[in-house]
Design a protein around this ligand. Structure first.
Ligand code: SF4
Length: 194
């Protein structure tokens, strides 16, 4: 079985409920959305057999895989997840929530992009909802979203430090108004790691 892989790298999870944990990131190619704030290149990539992906990640002293994209659920099947599970890996996914997520995954993150009620329908239970937020965005009541252990507001980081600061300040205000939410900063951008 093949997956189209944009990149594989080893770093720390920079945000959300697993922030700071070493993780192997496997970025799959392609996405079903075109968000205006997207800062990820998910075009192109290399078609790889699962066994080749396994060879590429074995060198890392870490058992956590994060499937990311693009939208990894476009490609990631239960068969692929089961393959890496048999090899002893724990697997998280970072998804926009438009597709069903396999119950074989060990940690599920949904970042709804504009259609929160749709996300609720598709994946009623996840570990984490992480909402990218720009200043002025409406923050949904967590009751409109999938059942989750954690609800995070994630200020959108831009190349303009002033705009980023405004987004952070706005999220701080919103968390204080709606304390079901917590603040998640993208520390990988703050400390300049991948
Ligand atoms: S869903 Fe994520 S990867 Fe896809 S366009 Fe939006 S921000 Fe980019």
């Amino acid at each position: 079985m093949n997956l189209k892989v944009k990149e594989i790298f080893y770093s720390l999870q920079g945000e959300g409920g697993r922030q700071g944990e070493a993780s192997i990131f496997i970025r799959l190619s392609g996405c079903n959305l075109k968000c205006d704030f997207c800062d990820t290149d998910f075009s192109g990539g290399e078609t790889m057999e699962l066994s080749h992906i396994l060879s590429a990640i074995r060198k890392f002293p870490c058992r956590w895989i994060i499937w990311t994209g693009g939208e990894p659920a476009l490609q990631l099947t239960g068969e692929a997840i089961a393959f890496f599970k048999r090899e002893g890996y724990l697997q998280a996914i970072e998804s926009n929530g438009y597709f069903p997520l396999s119950g074989l995954l060990d940690y599920t993150v949904v970042s709804p992009k504009g259609k929160q009620d749709y996300a609720k329908t598709i994946n009623p239970n996840v570990d984490e909802v992480r909402l990218p937020v720009k200043k002025g965005d409406a923050i949904p009541d967590s009751g409109r979203l999938p059942e989750a252990k954690h609800y995070f507001l994630s200020p959108v980081f831009t190349n303009d430090a002033l705009v980023t600061k405004e987004n952070i300040d706005y999220c701080v205000e919103q968390v204080m108004l709606m304390p079901d939410w917590r603040l998640s900063l993208q520390i990988h951008k703050l400390i300049n790691i991948e």
